[in-house]
Design a protein. Structure first.
Length: 143
C-alpha cells in the first residue's frame, strides 16, 4: 500500500505508516513504522523519520533511522543525524550531521553496541507514547 502526500499538501503531526509513503509536499512532524519512505524532489520533512528504507531527493531536517538503507539522491539534502545499515550518497547530494552504520550480522552488532556505549549513536526517533520512558533512559545514560 502506498500513501502519498501530494505536491499541494501540507501535513502537520505524526504519521504512522505500515506500508510505503511518498512525500511530494511538506510534512512537519515525525514519520514512524514505515516500510519505505521516499521524499520527492519538491518534498520536505521537518521531523524525524524511522523506516526500513529511506530515499531522499528533496529535503529532510531531522534524524533518520533507516534500518536497511538510506539513499540521498543528487539534489537531496539531509540535515540531522542518521543511523542505517547501508548508506548511499550520490554526487550533488548534501548531508550535514553524524552517521552511525549499524553493525553487520557477522559481528553480532558489536560495532553498534560499542557506538551506543561510547555515546556516538544518534538518538532514534521515538513514538510520542514511548517518548517519556525513552527520555528517562537517555538521561540515565548521559549522567
Amino acid at each position: 500500500m502506498l500513501t502519498v502526500i501530494g505536491p499541494e499538501a501540507y501535513f502537520h503531526g505524526v504519521i504512522t505508516v505500515r506500508g510505503s509513503l511518498r512525500i511530494e509536499g511538506e510534512v512537519e512532524g515525525n514519520v514512524h513504522e514505515a516500510n519505505e519512505v521516499t521524499v520527492g524532489t519538491d518534498g520536505r520533512i521537518q521531523g524525524d523519520v524511522c523506516a526500513e528504507v529511506v530515499t531522499v531527493s528533496g529535503t529532510v531536517e531531522g534524524s533518520i533511522v533507516a534500518h536497511k538503507q538510506l539513499e540521498i539522491k543528487e539534489g537531496g539534502k539531509v540535515t540531522g543525524n542518521i543511523r542505517t545499515g547501508t548508506l548511499l550518497i550520490e554526487e550533488g547530494a548534501v548531508f550535514e550531521g553524524n552517521c552511525v552504520m549499524k553493525g553487520s550480522e557477522a559481528d553480532g552488532g558489536a560495532s553498534e553496541k560499542a557506538a551506543e556505549e561510547d555515546g556516538e549513536m544518534p538518538d532514534a526517533p521515538v513514538p510520542e507514547e514511548r517518548a517519556g520512558d525513552e527520555n528517562k533512559k537517555r538521561e540515565k545514560v548521559k549522567s
